[in-house]
Design a protein around this ligand. Structure first.
Ligand code: SF4
Length: 275
């Protein structure tokens, strides 16, 4: 069997499901830019060394993708553009399987939380009809293997991209990101807390800051999303926070409780409320 691989974090659940993977085909002409392609391939190569499977080919052919999806560029994610993108990758995988004497293929695309699995499997079956190479239907996103894989990806720090792959999805993701940032900023303004910045590395809550934010604390933290919140014991108690990880509604907040002098020292180094 030849396994089509789209990226390392999606390969992990597939590997745990299949248990025995010998050959993979990294064929993803959709990925943009080339640096991103190399990054995703590099992660797969790391796993290949670790788990001892062979990467049959990894040729980068963006022109094949652009030619094949012509006319659907602006259709958005999960549209005909994506059907075509999936088809071309599976079709080429089937051709490669034929070339190397394999008669079955599968794809790690069914590990993706963003994709319609029925659609992928349907496209796989069309490829089977057109090439005579058996397509194995999978649902790698399901089951205990998937949960295990999520844990593994996190523990091993496996690179996961934040956009699907093509230049269009990169632009769409960027646009969405900007839209969300704007929405967060507007909400912050509505709370009258616009003086604070979004996504600070460290957010210090001293007495003065506490007075400003305590009423809408959870909502405020979910809006600014600090990496670490630093505060003193008495304030932590009032906000019901403990040292380490704290669950606030939907946000996991890392808290460091320091004494007043340490906080003052930190403030003197960078004299801003959040940075
Ligand atoms: S969004 Fe993803 S699946 Fe769709 S065309 Fe782009 S890379 Fe392919």
């Amino acid at each position: 069997m030849l396994l089509h691989v789209c990226c390392a974090p999606d390969l992990v659940p597939a590997y745990f499901h299949l248990k025995n993977v010998e050959k993979v085909f990294f064929y993803n002409p959709n990925i943009h830019p080339k640096e991103e392609y190399d990054k995703r391939l590099f992660e797969v190569e790391k796993l290949s060394k670790k788990w001892n499977f062979k990467i049959i080919d990894s040729k980068y052919e963006p022109e094949v993708f652009f030619e094949y999806i012509k006319g659907t560029e602006n259709f958005g994610e999960n549209s005909t553009r994506c059907d075509k993108c999936i088809f071309i990758r599976l079709f080429k995988t089937a051709l490669k399987a034929k070339e190397i004497g394999e008669n079955e293929i599968a794809t790690t695309l069914t590990s993706s939380p963003r994709k319609n699995l029925d659609k992928i499997n349907k496209i796989g079956k069309t490829v089977e009809k057109e090439t005579g190479i058996k397509y194995i239907e999978t649902r790698f996103r399901k089951g205990i293997e998937y949960q295990k894989a999520l844990k593994y990806n996190k523990e091993e720090n496996i690179y996961r991209q934040n956009y699907c792959g093509c230049i269009f999805s990169l632009r769409e993701t960027e646009k969405l990101k900007q839209k969300r940032l704007l929405e967060r900023q507007k909400k912050l303004n509505r709370l009258g807390l616009e003086k604070f910045t979004l996504d600070p590395e460290i957010f210090i809550v001293d007495k003065e800051t506490f007075e400003l934010i305590y009423k809408d604390f959870c909502e405020f933290i979910e809006l600014i999303k600090p990496k670490t919140l630093i505060t003193e014991k008495t304030i932590a108690k009032k906000l019901n926070l403990k040292n380490g990880w704290n669950k606030l509604k939907k946000y996991n907040l890392k808290v460091k409780i320091l004494d007043k002098n340490e906080i003052r020292r930190l403030r003197s180094v960078v004299d801003v409320r959040s940075f």
